[in-house]
Design a protein around this ligand. Sequence first.
Ligand code: CA
Length: 427
Amino acid sequence: MASNPSDPSLRSFIEVAPNSDFPIQNLPFGVFSTESSPNKRVGVAIGDFVLDLAELEARGSLTPAGDARVFDCASINPYMTLGPKVWLQTRARISELLRSNVATLRDDKSLRAAALVPREKATLHLPIEVMGFTDFYSSREHASNVGKMFRPHGEPLMPNWLHMPIGYNGRASTVVVSGTPARRPNGQTKPPQANAPIQGASRRLDFELEMGVVVGQPNQIGTPVSMAQAQEMIFGFVLLNDWSARDIQPWEQPPLGPFQAKAFATSISPWVVTREALAPFLVDGPQQEPMPLPYLSRKGPQNYDISLEVGLRVGGAETIISRTNFKYMYWSSAQQLAHHAFCGCAMRVGDLLGSGTISGPDKHERGSLLELSWNGAEPLTLEDGAQRTFLEDGDTLTLRGHAQGDGYRIGFGECSGTILPPVPPPR
Ligand code: CA
């Protein structure tokens, strides 16, 4: 069974529609539970089913950790700890078990009944225990748009931007899985014409279209990693929405960066798509000029051709308000990780790195309402005639993404959240 799990000609005995996000070439990892079996466990998405890896592990059909259990767990962190060699072997074994020409699972009725759960019966949970969350700012188009808006008479990019991936340390505690509502935050703001700040609910609530990198291998404190090591440390990718309060942000930001404007919620998609599944979609990133310093030097393609879209549902109708691509990012995920560890910062299994808002060169490719409405100056008109500059209570924002292969797609599912009204501030 030597054939490559990413081979486009592979087929599963489970029927998978050509536009499904989860063909046999994908095999993304998630954490799920069912009503009849409420313990959280690790599964892999295949077509409209979830393959229960804990069940296969218990029966001895899939044993990546020998006698130890890594799938009967509430996150994929224990599995990720096993490292890249085991990731490859496990992907190959799962692929084999699901193939149309392999009888092991296909012809074992009782095993199939126990290990294949219809996805509509599965509740999906946060796939990783998020150890740390760092958010970057690596789209040149996004950073330039923001620069033009807020510093109209200066250079669009800050002087450091072309020399390193700019980032800040965010909150791991408020990373939530798709489907979790996002509560409009309270905060301190200073309206431009006011003499003093006020407290209250944010009135300029926004989303940011990003990809998240899931770190699957650690480095020791004090030990930088090479670019090659950084690539090997990446387990996989999710869609990520970095909810942002645009009125809290400008007042609090100087001089240490975003704080409460980004701390109330970050949503991720439930399936972690592995680096191996995305390998066929590697492409060269934009040319980097000036040349990055040696510790950030790229060898070979590090960007991914992943089509992304943003849907905004207001009332009954959804409008696609942006379509862009992950390939536009100026700084790659490996460069972000190598930069993060260069000072000796210890990265941990389960760290999450946000790419930064992904905007493309065209107007319809902007990855935030801040850019799409040009800081509120150009309201968007939606399908049913409603207008929006920023998000209102009850609005549902959904990110989707996939890499298109020959006759199949490597998809991410959805990263969705509905805005809830704020809680009254404490007295
Ligand atoms: Ca962000």
